[in-house]
Design a protein around this ligand. Structure first.
Ligand SMILES: [Zn+2]
Length: 356
């Protein structure tokens, strides 16, 4: 860690932001399936079309076994490995593996872990880990919802147990509830997990009264939104709930579970986010993290099944993370009214977060 917080974001920092990827993401063969290799290709093509956006592209390592085992039991990892070893198969109705899927999953987790290591060491200003399979539906011992290992949870746990951080904030804006991440950190106060998701929708969890348990009470924050919710609702939730929570929690690292299936073009959900909405969410998070809290911020890919919207969504996130987007939008941007969902959440959260 030799860099002060100021240096981390200061103009003296020469390192480019990083885009982590691995060819194995294209080999995870799901057959005819919305979670398909073309998702990664769409992102890569959009990035290339925009001249790389100033990101250095890095090949992700496979996750180290002991790092993976901090979240997933050995028996579970062995069971996933065994499915690939026998050529693949269905884990449930939605979640399918091929012979190459285990290796892809190791690199998807490894990319998220490597990103966190670089962020915490102050080696890079920000970054995006773009792999498949996604991770946020995977609990410690169960694959579901296209997810095998919970990439962001493995990375966050590594930040704490491996790198010595005390507080990590995860914002999950994938349109589906991040039930796996929610479960993994439900008893913990060293990860503040915040999920904005359409409700009702798969997987059916993420109600407002699911707040964590034991030491973790108040450190799981579910922000369900109804079908049809769009840019204004999401922006208000980030400005009026997520940003104040971040100020109160004072995380040492902030990670985005970045899914793009809340986009109006997405076939799997009914939210109405636009490209500009995702740009704005990222800009607000960058403003809070870089300008106010001076903590590193990175993103890990989750869902997003409209290929064009996915590519554009990742691109505007990359711009927002690095501060290269043209539209300035601070956390106190007053361009949108306070959403009813945000107002209700603040009232609910006063029990745990009186400073909001
Ligand atoms: Zn999703």
């Amino acid at each position: 860690m030799g860099l002060s917080d100021k240096d981390r974001y200061g103009t003296a920092m020469a390192a480019a932001p990083v885009f982590l990827e691995h060819p194995s993401s294209l080999e995870h063969d799901t057959g005819p399936h919305p979670e398909q290799p073309a998702r990664i290709t769409a992102i890569q093509e959009e990035l290339a079309a925009r001249g790389g956006l100033g990101y250095e592209r890095l090949e992700s390592p496979a996750v180290e076994r002991d790092v993976l085992l901090r979240v997933h039991p050995e028996s579970y990892v062995a069971s996933i490995e065994a499915v690939s070893a026998r050529g693949g198969g269905h884990l449930d109705l939605d979640t399918v593996m091929s012979a190459a899927s285990f290796d892809a999953a190791l690199h998807a987790a490894g990319g998220a872990v490597r990103l966190v290591e670089m962020l915490v060491a102050g080696e890079v200003p920000t970054g995006f880990s773009a792999h498949r399979p996604p991770g946020h539906h995977a609990s410690a011992d169960r694959a579901m919802g296209f997810c095998l290992f919970n990439n962001i949870a493995v990375a966050a746990r590594h930040a704490i147990d491996g790198l010595g951080l005390g507080r990590v904030l995860i914002l999950d804006w994938d349109v589906h509830h991040g039930n796996g991440t929610h479960d993994i950190f439900y008893r913990d106060d060293d990860v503040l997990f915040i999920s904005i998701h359409q409700y009702p929708l798969y997987p059916g969890t993420g109600r407002t009264n699911e707040v964590g348990t034991g030491a973790g009470r108040g450190y799981t924050v579910n922000l369900p939104v109804p079908p049809g919710s769009g840019d204004a609702t999401y922006a208000s939730l980030v400005r009026d709930v997520v940003a104040p929570l971040a100020r109160a929690y004072e995380p040492e690292l902030v990670l985005l579970s970045a899914g793009y299936d809340a986009h109006i073009e997405d076939p799997l959900a009914e939210c109405h986010m636009t490209d500009d909405g995702f740009a704005r969410l990222t800009q607000m998070m960058r403003s809070v993290c870089a300008d106010e809290l001076e903590v590193p911020l990175g993103a890990v890919l989750e869902g997003g099944y409209a290929l064009g919207a996915l590519g554009r969504g990742v691109a505007v996130t990359l711009e927002g993370l690095s501060g290269s987007s043209g539209v300035a939008s601070g956390p106190d941007d007053d361009g949108v009214p306070v959403a009813p969902e945000a107002h209700a959440a603040r009232e609910r959260l006063a029990e745990f977060w009186p400073q909001l």
